[in-house]
Design a protein around this ligand. Sequence first.
Ligand code: CA2
Length: 148
Amino acid sequence: MQLLVLHGPNLNLLGRREPGLYGVSTLEAINAALTAQAAAQGVDLACFHSNHEGALVDRIHEAAGVCDGIVINAGAYTHTSIAIRDALLGVALPFVEVHLSNVHAREPFRHHSTLADRAVGVICGFGPASYSLGLDGLVAHLRAQEPA
Ligand code: CA2
């Protein structure tokens, strides 16, 4: 099984700014932990970060026919991007939306997601563990669909 983790804008600042809101783990540390978690389950994991909407769209297109599913924290694009939604629906890959913070306990503009209604599931509020839980959920979802 080949999976992709996507990180959107500003998440490269993790661990370096606003630790009270987003925690002390760096993006590199989160990716390393996810890669180890995936490997322990026999899953091959690629991780990609961009601050640019089009680059995220391009990476989603590249995953078509290669990856079995996507874990995505689209950052602020979660609340605005029809392009990322269209890309995810266009490649027809199952995806899980994750957020470090509990977006529903924050400003109203963070309560809406352009992705959530088409996600397999949404996890928010657990810091870096949101990614870990999202990865586990996606693997379980995909394994449940494998032929016996
Ligand atoms: O909680 C999340 O994971 C978010 O996707 C983070 C986004 C925010 O726009 C979403 O509403 C919720 C912001 C990412 C910014 O990351 C930073 C990390 C460290 C310092 C500053 C920003």
